[in-house]
Ligand binder design. Structure first.
Ligand SMILES: CC(C)(COP(=O)(O)OP(=O)(O)OC[C@H]1O[C@@H](n2cnc3c(N)ncnc32)[C@H](O)[C@@H]1OP(=O)(O)O)[C@@H](O)C(=O)NCCC(=O)NCCS
Length: 214
């Protein structure tokens, strides 16, 4: 891939290893993967944090690029590290079709691709904003998989994609308690902004200049 004559060496898909299982971080390519992402978001933002479904899934999902962390299809998942529970997957299947990203409309496979749905364990989305600005959001990792580097991998993948598409700045609304997570990724609080409420959770606007040296 080339950007203004320079090569971006980082691949747009990568693997994260912990001591138990290899997890792939990739751009969602099928309706089943999208449903898996919805299952992760329902589990994390709705069930865990209390955000209503009506606020969690929105029209922006249709135009967004979605990244997901997914377990390998051929690997056994160690006991105690099961991905989205069956009940969440069923609810996700019921919701996913309403917000299917346009980029996946012609893709093969259905929403109820159980393999893809059950293997999703994390996700994030990228939105286009005016003036060369990208917005990253809905960063979520299922509780059992936190602290293994997946959150960082998801954000970095979307930053690489944004850079390759010509965006020069990434902005996001960080939940105040996880501000340090984004600082670790090089984000700073946007000067002149103050914390605000979003779905009952305090947020702060953060930003980062995108460059090949990220
Ligand atoms: C925030 C979240 C996405 C982080 O994902 P994760 O996979 O656990 O994060 P990583 O393992 O990639 O952590 C990367 C670094 O950020 C730090 N970090 C992770 N979560 C953090 C938190 N809640 N607060 C402060 N620092 C955090 C880690 O300590 C780690 O630092 P280190 O490498 O120096 O040890 C995950 O905790 C989550 O899904 N939380 C619930 C949903 C949420 O709040 N999303 C953010 C919406 S703005």
């Amino acid at each position: 891939m080339r950007l203004r004559g320079q090569e971006i060496r980082a691949p747009l898909s990568s693997f994260t290893m912990d001591d138990r299982v290899a997890v792939r971080v990739k751009i969602a390519e099928t309706p089943g993967e999208w449903t898996g992402l919805v299952a992760v978001r329902l589990a994390v933002f709705c069930d865990e944090q209390g955000v209503p479904i009506s606020a969690e899934l929105d029209e922006h999902d249709r135009n967004a690029v979605h990244a997901l962390a997914v377990l390998p299809s051929d690997g056994a998942v160690p006991e105690g590290l099961a991905p989205a529970r069956q009940g969440t997957a069923v609810r996700a299947s019921a919701q996913a079709g309403r917000y299917l990203p346009l980029s996946l409309a012609g893709a093969r496979g259905g929403h109820r691709d159980d393999g893809a749905v059950a293997r999703a364990i994390g996700g994030a989305r990228l939105l286009r904003r005016p003036n060369g600005v990208a917005q990253i959001g809905r960063v979520a990792v299922l509780p059992a998989w936190r602290g293994t580097g997946l959150g960082v991998r998801l954000v970095r993948l979307l930053e690489e994609l944004a850079l390759a598409r010509g965006y020069r700045e990434s902005v996001l609304h960080a939940q105040v308690p996880v501000r340090a997570f984004y600082e670790r990724l090089g984000y700073v609080v946007d000067p002149g902004t103050t914390p605000f409420d979003e779905d009952g959770i305090p947020h702060v606007r953060m930003k980062k200049t995108l460059s090949l040296e990220m």
